[in-house]
Design a protein around this ligand. Structure first.
Ligand SMILES: [Zn+2]
Length: 359
């Protein structure tokens, strides 16, 4: 298959062609210079790398109902929030099925990877890994040990299976706990992450100490806090739909102005679908609604480019020969970043691995 149109990858927007076969890019270059000379099926539109959903709690997919009213803290706070009651009361097999269902839907939408905060200790990460078996989605699992004070045997076992550790917040864990977990992650070559300034504004020196590899939310952080985060070069995952459900919104343009690398996530699967395309559209439109517009280019980076770098796979954000096939959307290739952010949808998508050889 030959794709012709706009390419939106880590190397910047441009027009060009890609020759794609068996899920790989074989050739790339200027339109009209491909080796097939009209002997292969052509598709026009916009090509992007696979998006990454950079913040989920897929275990919550077991709760399919409208979230009750009230502050988010009452719903997701460990250990008595509704979320933790649902996790505790749902049988493991039902949770695994719910997680797998969410993964299947993400794959259908073309998502390439997900970064999940998985509660419930070692068993929680085991459940996530077993739900992901046989799936093409890359699942980056950040687990959470259960015992306090820290039990080193539990942490070691967790880090053998997980890609790192994510705690709920600096407010809910002592400095001693956080620093021991962060140290264990470093020693194992893995990642340490946490939510910050979500329920209340937290002192920036607390969540930056020890330095995390990823922060989530920060919509209650003030300008000085965000400057400190930018200086510490810590990327931030934002989840506008989840925040909006509880009456809040991250100021994405401000994050960008201060130079904070942004990633985009869909947060708790009990609040919203894990669709990164819907998150993109909402992020853009809600920023306009608040008269704090955000450039489509920033959102494209947050969904398709920056997270692959964070995952240590910048190659997966490039559309070059040898790279995996991109996602193609049958959309006009004019102003492609705006098109992708506001109009990309599953029914406009071509998954090139479904098209093999010459047609
Ligand atoms: Zn979260």
């Amino acid at each position: 298959m030959i794709f012709e149109g706009a390419l939106l990858d880590l190397d910047g927007p441009r027009r060009g062609y890609l020759r794609i076969d068996r899920g790989r890019i074989l050739e790339a270059g200027a339109i009209g210079t491909d080796s097939r000379r009209g002997r292969e099926r052509r598709i026009r539109g916009i090509a992007v790398p696979r998006p990454v959903n950079a913040h989920t709690h897929l275990g919550d997919a077991a709760y399919p109902r409208e979230p009750p009213p009230g502050p988010v803290s009452r719903i997701v706070a460990p250990p008595h929030g509704i979320k933790f009651r649902v996790l505790a009361e749902t049988p493991a097999a039902a949770k695994r099925d719910a997680i797998r269902g969410a993964m299947v839907r993400m794959e259908r939408e073309g998502t390439g990877a997900v970064i999940d905060f998985r509660e419930e200790g070692l068993a929680g990460v085991e459940l996530l890994r077993s739900a992901a078996r046989g799936r093409s989605l890359t699942v980056f699992a950040l687990g959470r040990p259960l015992r306090r004070p820290i039990d080193r045997t539990e942490v070691r076992a967790l880090l053998r299976l997980a890609d790192g550790i994510a705690v709920s917040s600096a407010r809910e864990e002592s400095y001693a706990t956080r620093s021991e977990l962060a140290r264990a992650c470093r020693a194992a070559g893995k990642r340490y992450a946490l939510h910050a300034s979500e329920v209340v504004r937290e002192p920036v020196e607390e969540y930056l100490r020890p330095r995390p590899d990823l922060l989530v939310h920060l919509f209650r952080a003030n300008e000085a806090d965000l400057r400190a985060v930018a200086e510490a070069k810590v990327p931030v995952a934002v989840c506008p739909r989840s925040n909006a459900l509880f009456g809040h919104a991250p100021d994405l343009a401000r994050f960008d102005r201060l130079g904070i690398p942004l990633l985009l996530g869909t947060d708790n699967a009990m609040f919203a679908s894990s669709s990164i395309l819907r998150e993109l559209e909402f992020a853009y439109v809600s920023a306009r609604l608040r008269r704090r517009p955000v450039a489509p280019r920033l959102l494209v980076r947050a969904a398709f480019h920056t997270p692959w770098g964070w995952l240590g796979r910048p190659d997966r954000a490039r559309l070059v020969p040898g790279a995996p096939a991109p996602l193609i959307f049958r959309l006009p290739d004019e102003d492609p970043e705006y098109q992708i952010v506001t109009r990309a949808a599953e029914h406009l998508m071509v998954l090139p691995e479904r098209h093999r050889g010459t047609r």
